[in-house]
Design a binder for this molecule. Structure first.
Ligand code: F6P
Length: 364
């Protein structure tokens, strides 16, 4: 009987999901394996099942196409995370229905492509008998078990492009420009883009900031004859003594919808420095478009190795980029619930500080 793999994409989308799907289908086809795409996240496994065969010919052009041809979901019946910390158990009734449908499709394995939330669900499914392999996705790059997640490089490229554009207009008008980027628990996008795009102030969740410090930095630049300043702020950055800035539209069954910190920071800077200040929220632009060449190769390697793990029946595992630069398996159990954060005392932050970049925490 033909071996058949189900592929599901879960959580927020990001560039490279299609490239992973393509790699699994192509690698599998060489050995005569077939693939089915589960639509709309894990909910596609519930009755009525939403699954279609993924043919080799359908893979043309997917290497560079943004989004996911399978659709995705970060809410619904399969929601295991409403914040960082204790996961929620997906109801047994839901898992049983999904398993019955999975068996009905004659699938012998499933690849779950997603971030912490999706992989937490994948682990719960593995525990109740699903033969599952995970692939780490998130533009936030905050999974500890892999050196890098896919989508991150493309998001950084997008943020750097925005900073490059903001630089020229900031300079023309002698303004402060604040760019808000994604990064819920970890400031990887803000830190990498801030360095690559020449930001003067980088605000990240790992370093609590205060306004005196930012004001001092802007005024020091003024004194040096630099009449513009570029600030990059991660959506999850917080002011000393305060929590996340969230939109009031958050549903109960999902993580808080972050956003607003950029405008808050811009307003305070304008009041304090009397300099015209503007804020740009990059938002979902970071999650759209074609993956970079780095993400394309990373996704391709993730996909091929996920297939190879299935062929070796290495279930309950996630494919990871290891410290030696090679692909290798880690258990899903070890991969979930461990956020990889920017080390405030690490080389990345220290390099930025050595250039005089402020993290908004320097004594005023
Ligand atoms: O987890 C990735 C991420 O990009 C976060 O940085 C952000 O908070 C979240 O997704 C937003 O997701 P959505 O707007 O799709 O709910």
């Amino acid at each position: 009987m033909t071996q058949k793999i189900g592929i599901v994409t879960g959580g927020g989308d990001c560039p490279g999901l299609n490239a992973v799907i393509r790699a699994i289908v192509k690698a599998g086809a060489i050995y005569g394996w077939e693939c089915m795409g589960i639509h709309g996240g894990f909910d596609g496994l519930l009755t009525p099942v939403q699954a279609i065969p993924l043919e080799l010919k359908d893979m043309d052009g997917l290497l560079i196409r943004g989004g996911t041809i399978l659709g995705s979901a970060n809410s619904g019946q399969f929601s295991a995370k409403t914040g960082h910390g204790e996961p929620r158990q997906v109801p047994q009734k839901i898992l049983n229905q999904a398993k019955a449908n999975f068996d009905g499709l004659n699938l012998c394995a499933m690849v779950a492509i997603g971030g912490d939330g999706t992989l937490t669900i994948a682990q719960q499914m593995f525990e109740m008998g699903f033969p599952v392999v995970g692939v780490p996705k998130t533009i936030d790059n905050d999974l500890d078990a892999t050196q890098m997640t896919f989508g991150f490089d493309t998001a950084v490229a997008c943020a750097v492009d925005a900073l490059d554009r903001l630089h020229s207009t900031a300079q023309s008008h002698n303004r402060v420009m604040v760019l808000e980027v994604m990064g819920r628990y970890a400031g990887w996008i803000a830190s990498y883009a801030g360095l690559a795009g020449g930001a003067d102030v980088i605000l990240i969740p790992e370093v609590k900031f205060n306004y005196d410090s930012i004001q001092k930095k802007i005024q020091a630049r003024e004194a040096e004859g630099k009449h513009f300043t570029i600030v990059i702020v991660a959506e999850g950055a917080t002011l000393e003594g305060q929590g996340f800035v969230t939109s009031n539209k958050t549903g109960k069954d999902r993580e808080a919808r972050l956003g607003g910190i950029g405008h808050m920071v811009a307003q305070e800077i304008e009041e304090r420095t009397k300099k015209e200040t503007r804020c740009v929220v990059l938002g979902h632009l970071q999650r759209g478009g074609q993956p970079t060449q780095w993400d394309r190769q990373l996704c391709t390697r993730f996909g091929v190795h996920a297939f190879q793990m299935i062929a070796k029946a290495q279930f309950g595992m996630m494919v990871a980029l290891k410290e030696n630069g090679m692909m290798g398996p880690v258990t899903l159990k070890d991969a979930i619930n461990k956020i990889r954060r920017v080390d405030p005392a690490g080389e990345l932050v220290m390099t930025a500080r050595a250039l005089g970049i402020s993290f908004g925490d320097e004594p005023a």
